[in-house]
Design a protein around this ligand. Sequence first.
Ligand code: AMP
Length: 564
Amino acid sequence: MAEDRLQFHEMGLDDRLLKAVADLGWSQPTLIQEKAIPLALEGKDLLARARTGSGKTAAYAVPVIQRILTSKQSVREQDVRALVLVPTKELGQQVQTMIKQLTAFCSRDVRVADISGKADLSAQRPILMEKPDVVVGTPSRVLAHLNAQNLSLHSSLEMLVVDEADLLFSFGFEADLKNLLCHLPKIYQSFLMSATLTEDVQALKELLLHNPVILKLQGSQLPDSSQLQQYSIRCEEEDKFLLIYTLLRLRLVQGKTLVFVGAVERSYRLKLFLEQFGIPACVLNSELPVQSRCHIITQFNQGFYDYIIATDEQSLVDPTSARQTTAGKGKRKKSSEKGAGKSKDKEYGVSRGVDFQNVSNVVNFDFPMTVESYIHRVGRTARADNPGTALSFIAHTELDLLSEVEEALIGENSESALKPYQFKMEEIEGFRYRCRDAMRSVTKQAVREARLKEIKQELLNSEKLKTYFDDNPRDLQLLRHDKDLHPAVVKPHLKNVPEYLIPETLKGTVNPLLGRRKKRSEKLKPGGVMKSSFKKNIRGKNPLRSFRYSGGRNRDKKGKKAES
Ligand code: AMP
């Protein structure tokens, strides 16, 4: 932790902002905030390479709010002064929430409206008529309102933020963005935030920014190994299933975990596979209605679920552009992606731009197609000052992709960023038979049915989320997204782990009966936080550390038990 870091109270910020920051419990600015806030307050345009989790939202939100508070001291007229462009509804919501938190003590002076999420333009019109100080929206939505004359920016706008600029391009917002710029005044201050500085982003920089300060903080875009541990392990298709089963069933992975797969079809395959063993997981992908997606993430953040199986956003955005190095017998970007059309994906951002909180582990069940995607996936853990672990399963078809990532992330002293995960696969051989058994039940047909069932179910849920739960907020907690999708194919005996199958080194550390689902009463404490007796035992341990399972013969028989 940098002790000589510039502090919030040394930045000349309004007391109300400082109070909000203190209420959020932020003891000091993050690196990007420390650099960006003072420069922004000087009036500089900024281009910041900032990953989600670096505190990038507040890095622009704080100066935006400060500047509005300052201008309101002289000009009291209500007008839209800042526009924040985002690629997804989810990010729009998150930005609005952040700004609301930061304006908790000046909410009358600085009003924010998020127009990224609602479908009906006319329903949003009254909100815009009130001229909120900050408008948050996707480029297409903002443009639609400008064209409908619900919004006017050419005389009032003082600040423009483009958040996750690289994603705006991937999601096809380029034309809207360019059209939108014609509606802006000649002079305004701009902030461009992007996880990667792609050519598109460079081009946007020329278009938007005037003598910008470019912040490329830290050589690496991921936290260093004292905070984020990255591992890889070679395993082919069947072994991937065997390994994930063992890691989850034996609770060698502890804490909230995001498991990334390369295609929607595979996410259902994995969910049905885990279902066989009584391991509940939520699937998150672009086919699900946005209300459901947001609800899943909210519940995950509240501790309702331990595992989310997410689909890689890049191959969904443009399946044809993804390189064909496929894992899993070439299944990664097949026609199963057809349903995920571009229009949906525009607002997608399941794994980017969405604020997953307190993720302990990221597992790349299928390795991502690009370095950027790796950074985005893995950047979901080890956020703020929390530790995190990333584990990538590598099939031989994915070795090239791994090399690319390793090359990009190589440390200053030529140290590899991804360490080999020392797991002795031969010690879990005993589980292979059950895995095959489970995999056999997960037929193509079962996957197809599960996928359809889930979409139908979630469409219903999303209707409920829109209407019923507004009136009955207490019932919201009852709506779960991790239910079994295909109970008919579950073989009950697979749910328990016979003692004789547990590797010697782990005997005593795992409870063979873990397969049983906990009763609701055990799971939900009032306030909706999941607490189980097992979780209590492991609380405080560094996630995944405990699964650094060398499995060696010299090892203490009690294995990691000694730590718990
Ligand atoms: P972001 O990169 O904007 O998505 O922020 C990631 C997370 O970090 C959010 O949950 C913020 O609330 C949190 N955060 C932002 N700034 C700070 C800070 N200075 N100290 C601690 N947490 C922060």
